[in-house]
Design a protein around this ligand. Structure first.
Ligand code: ACO
Ligand code: KIV
Ligand code: MG
Length: 537
């Protein structure tokens, strides 16, 4: 195999490294929804999880392998340490996939060897071929990563890579695990590998990097210039600590600047061939989906997918854009799937028009979800004159995100004002189907609602983030609420959208509490001990 592919391979790790973002934990169903969106986006490989890490991760990888890893779908990958039990779990979880990959890794930097693995270089050199060969008994497609490559002694890393390739690794991935290198250094590392690993032509060179110094995307682009042909990235750049290289930034840089990058791929400068298999028009909605499901809000000034990425505020810019968009725009908003926020549907629209518009927006809902979303749409349409694509997206994201529904909001009522004590009454249906009502006072209406809900649910938690955002402009705009809770060091997110922000706040809180409550139940099943919490009633 040559390490020159004619396109850059996009390896998406939103569901593995992305999920390592504090608080971004996803249910199996949510992972499946994201995996389907990634397949529509056209990623070549989905790293679906770390099957040995937990039964939930195993199940998610298995489900994605079965339902998304079909003949025409992407390759599905599972991560494993260089250990037989991890590799076996990955091999088993990936079995249903038409095309699978095991990604095994072990650190090569002296810092990691000495302080974390407590192993010598020669021990690592023995483990690598043994584990790659073992992984090969499950699938032909093996990726090997020398973790913390960015701080590893190059000579030792070359030896490790040569050994991995000789044992059957088909991709060697070079991680800048702690986001330490600069673009020219990272480019030189890739060049060094090409020049010094004798059998490197038998493997694809891949890169993986973190954004601790905000350099991950720049590092990857330099790596492409020096021979890297696979990029490991995540939607919205989510991931461990400061996150991973952002898929949308890499893809659009390669797309917009393809004439600059073409020669590095051995093409004519003026070739118009795309550099990746990504359907760029799916970028925006995939970004929104991942943000909503993980609770990781995209900053407004974020490149490509931020709310301001295509907005022009100042007069001179607006004047220029009105005269010719080329003055201040290097890409079309449409190229990432941002429609013109046109009015699409109203309260007299039927199910067929609703389904058709959702499918144009890229949503594939089950009949049940579609029916529920349609009812919500009608409710919103009664209150709001204009239903835009953004409203539809918020309604659908709200609908598909309420699972698992353990507690359900039946009623929320508040009384507040500048001369009143904020008071809230809530009625919830508990997991056993019983209706429970309670009331509380608070510093404001949302605080009162949350206190009343806490009195019913009775799960200790700390609210660490609460954000309200309007979906569109206008007094009748839908409000989106994203919240995060902390319980015993873990974070749980919740999202909801409604024309009434108090209702949205209550639903978002319950959605996060349901995640937290579900996790506690899972844990108590694992410990096979008595339920640790007793909800009221
Ligand atoms: C750079 C990255 O992103 S790596 C991927 C990170 N992802 C995760 O960690 C997923 C979530 N992790 C987990 O659920 C757990 O850590 C597990 C299930 C993987 C392991 O749990 P435990 O067995 O309890 O081990 P623990 O997490 O405490 O420590 C990790 C162990 O793996 C060892 N280890 C770390 N990396 C590797 C590797 N690549 N190959 C082999 N062993 C490794 C460590 O040295 C340590 O071993 P020790 O216990 O003998 O000191
Ligand atoms: C598992 C490896 C590739 C990783 O995530 C890292 O080094 O950052
Ligand atoms: Mg990583």
């Amino acid at each position: 195999m040559s390490n020159q592919t004619d396109r850059i391979i996009i390896f998406d790790t939103t569901l593995r490294d992305g999920e390592q973002s504090p608080g971004a934990s996803l249910t199996v169903e949510e992972k499946l929804t994201i995996a389907r969106a990634l397949a529509r986006l056209g990623v070549d490989i989905i790293e679906a999880g770390f099957p040995y890490a937990s039964p939930g991760d195993f199940q998610a990888v298995q489900k994605i392998a079965e339902t998304v890893g079909t003949e025409n779908g992407p390759r599905i990958c599972g991560l494993a340490r260089a250990s037989t039990k991890d590799i076996k779990a990955a091999g088993e979880a990936l079995k249903p996939a038409f095309k699978s990959r095991i990604h095994t890794f072990i650190a090569t930097s002296d810092i990691h060897l000495k302080h974390k693995l407590k192993k010598t270089r020669s021990e690592v050199l023995d483990i690598v071929p043994e584990m790659v060969a073992y992984a090969k008994t499950f699938t032909d497609d093996i990726e090997f990563s020398p973790e913390d490559a960015g701080r590893s002694d190059p000579e030792f890393m070359y030896q490790v890579l040569e050994t991995a390739i000789a044992a059957g690794a088909t991709t060697v991935n070079i991680p800048d695990t702690v986001g330490y290198t600069t673009p020219s250094e990272f480019g030189a590392i890739i060049k060094g590998i090409k020049d010094n690993v004798p059998n490197i032509d038998q493997a694809i060179i891949s890169v993986h990097g973190h954004d601790d110094l905000g350099l991950a995307v720049a590092n990857f682009l330099e790596a492409v210039k020096n021979g890297a042909r696979q990029l490991e990235c995540t939607i919205n750049g989510i991931g461990e600590r400061a996150g991973n290289a952002a898929l949308e930034e890499l893809v659009m840089a390669l797309h917009v600047r393809r004439q600059y990058f073409n020669p590095f791929l051995g093409r004519a400068v003026d070739s118009t061939e795309p550099l990746t298999n990504i359907n760029t028009q799916e970028i925006y909605k995939t970004s929104r989906l991942v943000s909503n499901l993980t609770g990781m809000i995209v900053q407004p000034n974020k490149a490509i997918v931020g709310a301001n990425a295509f907005a022009h505020e100042s007069g001179i810019h607006q004047d220029g854009v009105l005269k010719n968009k080329l003055t201040y725009e290097i890409m079309d908003a449409e190229s990432i799937g941002l429609t013109n926020n046109q009015i699409v549907l109203g309260k007299l629209s039927g199910r067929n028009a609703f389904r058709t518009r959702l499918s144009e927006l890229g949503f594939e809902l089950s009949d049940n979800d579609l029916n529920n979303a349609f009812l919500r749409f009608k409710e919103v349409a009664d209150k709001k004159k204009e239903i835009t694509d953004w409203d539809l997206e918020a309604i659908v994201n709200d609908e598909i995100q309420q699972a698992p529904e353990l507690f359900r909001l039946e009623l929320v009522q508040v009384s507040c004002g500048d001369h009143a004590v904020s008071t809230a009454t809530v009625t919830l249906r508990n997991p056993e189907g019983k209706e429970l009502t309670d009331a509380a006072i608070g510093t404001g209406p949302v605080d009162a609602v949350y206190k009343a809900i806490n009195r019913v649910v009775n799960v200790p938690n700390e609210l660490i983030e609460f954000s309200v955002k309007s979906v569109t402009a206008g007094i009748d705009a839908m409000g989106e609420v994203t919240i995060r809770l902390r319980h015993e060091g873990r974070t749980y997110s919740g999202y909801a959208a409604n024309t009434d922000i108090i209702t949205a706040s209550a639903r978002a809180y319950i959605s996060a509490l349901n995640r937290l409550y579900g996790a506690i139940q899972e844990q108590s099943k694992v410990n096979s001990s008595e339920a640790v919490l007793t909800p009221q009633g």
